[in-house]
Design a protein around this ligand. Structure first.
Ligand SMILES: C[S@@+](CC[C@H](N)C(=O)[O-])C[C@H]1O[C@@H](n2cnc3c(N)ncnc32)[C@H](O)[C@@H]1O
Length: 278
C-alpha cells in the first residue's frame, strides 16, 4: 500500500502540480493529458455559459481548472468585496469583478507563483482596476478580519491537508452576514486508501475529497450558519473518466488506470456549498 502522505508533502506536490499544469494548459510544454483543449472543455463542463466565457480575457477558459461555477447564483452588489480562494488564472475572479463594479474589490488568493503570474497577465489584458491577486495559503490568509462580503472558491478546498483551518479562516475574513459559496469535490462513497495516499490523486482533487457530511460539519464547526449543498453532480463512469483525464499526469505517475476509474465512478461529486457568517 502507498505510504500515508504528510501535510508538507501534499502542499509541495499540489504547488508543483499546478505550476506544471498552467504551463501545460497553455501548451508550453505539451505531452500531458491535460491539454489546452481538455481544459477548455472542462470550463464548459463546469457550467459556464458561452456568454459568460465570451466576456472574459481572451484564452482564460482554456486555463480553467474548476469543477463548478461558484458565481452563478450570487447576488453580488456594486461595491462588494469578493475573495476567491485558489483563484488560479482567475476565471471566477473576473466574473465576480464584473458584477461588483469599479467601487468593489475582487481579491484572488493563490499559493502557486506560476498561477499568480498568469492571473496578473489576465488582469492587465482585462483592463479591470478592481482586481488584485495575493500570494498566500488559504490556511493562513493574508486578508483582514471581517473584511469581505463573499468568499468564493472553485475546486480548491479539497486540496488542503488542513480543511478545518481553511473554514476557520473563511469565517474570520467574512463580514458578519457575509457569505461563502464554493464549488468543490466531495466523496459520496468510500474512496480507497490507495487513492487517498496517491500524490496525483490528491493534486487531481480526488485524494483529499472528504465525505460530504464531514465537509459540511467542518464549515459549521468553524462558525458558519445555514451551511448547505445547493447543487450536486455525482460523477458517473463517463464523467469520472473525463475528470481523471483532465487531472494532469506528470513524470511521477502513469496516470489513472481503467480499474481506478471504475472504482471511483459514483463515489465523487462536484458540489456547490453555501454558508453565512452570523
Ligand atoms: C484545481 S485549481 C483551481 C483554480 C481555479 N479556482 C480555477 O477554477 O481555475 C487549484 C488552485 O488552488 C491553488 N491552491 C491549492 N492549495 C492551495 C492553498 N493551500 N492555498 C492557496 N492556494 C492553493 C493552486 O495553486 C491552484 O491554482
Amino acid at each position: 500500500m502507498a505510504e500515508k502522505l504528510n501535510k508538507d508533502t501534499i502542499k509541495n506536490d499540489v504547488k508543483k502540480h499546478y505550476s506544471d499544469a498552467i504551463q501545460v494548459a497553455e501548451n508550453k510544454t505539451g505531452g500531458c493529458c491535460s491539454s489546452a483543449v481538455t481544459a477548455g472543455k472542462y470550463a464548459k463542463l463546469a457550467g459556464y455559459s458561452e456568454q459568460q466565457l465570451s466576456e472574459l480575457p481572451a484564452g482564460i477558459s482554456v486555463t480553467s481548472f474548476g469543477c463548478g461555477n461558484p458565481v452563478d447564483m450570487l447576488e453580488m452588489k456594486e461595491g462588494d468585496v469578493v475573495l476567491d480562494l485558489g483563484c488560479g488564472p482567475g476565471l471566477d475572479l473576473f466574473l465576480a469583478a464584473k458584477s461588483i463594479g469599479s467601487t468593489g474589490k475582487a481579491i484572488g488568493l493563490d499559493m502557486t507563483p506560476a498561477m499568480l503570474a498568469k492571473a496578473r497577465e489576465n488582469i492587465k489584458k482585462s483592463g479591470l482596476t478592481n482586481v488584485e491577486v495575493r500570494e498566500g495559503e488559504m490556511e493562513d490568509m493574508p486578508v483582514d478580519d471581517n473584511s469581505v462580503d463573499w468568499v468564493i472558491s472553485n475546486c480548491v478546498i479539497n486540496l488542503s491537508p488542513d480543511k478545518q483551518k481553511v473554514f476557520s479562516e473563511i469565517t474570520r475574513v467574512l463580514k458578519p452576514g457575509g457569505k461563502m459559496m464554493v464549488s468543490d469535490i466531495v466523496a459520496t462513497g468510500d474512496i480507497p486508501d490507495e487513492i487517498k495516499n496517491d500524490k496525483l490523486a490528491w493534486s487531481g482533487c480526488m485524494g483529499g475529497a472528504l465525505p460530504e457530511q464531514e465537509y459540511l460539519q467542518l464549515a459549521s464547526d468553524a462558525g458558519l450558519i445555514e451551511v448547505s449543498v445547493v447543487n450536486r453532480l455525482v460523477y458517473d463512469r463517463t464523467q469520472m473518466a473525463a475528470f481523471t483525464t483532465a487531472c494532469c499526469s506528470d513524470e511521477q505517475s502513469d496516470g489513472f488506470t481503467e480499474a481506478q476509474v471504475d472504482q471511483l465512478a459514483g463515489k465523487l461529486a462536484s458540489v456547490k456549498v453555501t454558508g453565512t457568517k452570523k
